[in-house]
Each structure stands twice: as C-alpha cells, then as structure tokens.
Design a protein around this ligand. Structure first.
Ligand code: ZN
Length: 112
C-alpha cells in the first residue's frame, strides 16, 4: 500500500475531471471485478461496463475509449479515485480465491 492506484494508471486531466464529477454507480461482482455504471446519462444501462480489477488496480474496461486509447478510460479512473470501492473489490477477490482453494481441498478429500 505504497502508491495510490491513480499513480499506476496513465490518464489525462480531462478524463480525471470527468471521472470525479460524473455520477457513477459501482456494483461489486463475485470475482472482484466491478460493474461501473455512468448515472449521468438518461439511459445508464447503456453506459455500464465490467472493469477488471487485478491486484487492486482497474486494469481493463471493455468500453470503446479504453480500447481505442493508450491511457485509462474514465471508468477505470473513476474506480481508482474511489479507493474504498477498489479496496472492497480486492478483499472480495481475496475471499473468492480462498473459497476456490478450500473447494479444491474438499474435492481432493472426497475422491479419496
Ligand atoms: Zn471504460
């Protein structure tokens, strides 16, 4: 926990500003990814993207901007500037991994 997630993302001042003032809703998914919905639009469900989170960093977003440009899109940045959401996503993923490990252990035992 040395650097802020934002320091590890390449972005622009314009994207950062939009990521801060636009109304985003976050839904935590079971595997630690986060569904980011932009509530600033009249049809938010058309502006909903599943951002992949790895090691506490929003690493990928399927939106057109993230695919087209070298820098991180506003969905990834929106997540990076809301660190409690990001930390919760990381914790959820840790739990999921632990569950998988436990499940593996159980299935190995049952085959004995
Ligand atoms: Zn995006």
């Amino acid at each position: 926990m040395t650097t802020h997630p934002l320091d590890r993302l390449s972005t622009t001042a314009r994207i950062l500003k939009r990521a801060q003032y636009e109304a985003f809703a976050f839904s935590l998914l079971a595997d630690g990814d986060v569904l980011v919905r932009n509530e600033s639009y009249a049809n938010p469900s058309d502006h909903e993207y599943r951002v992949r989170v790895r090691d506490g960093l929003p690493v990928a977003c399927p939106c057109p901007a993230d695919e087209r440009y070298e820098h991180a899109c506003k969905h990834r940045v929106a997540l990076a500037v809301r660190r409690p959401v990001l930390d919760t996503a990381r914790a959820a993923r840790a739990v999921t991994d632990a569950d998988r490990a436990a499940a593996g252990l159980l299935s190995r035992r049952s085959t004995r």
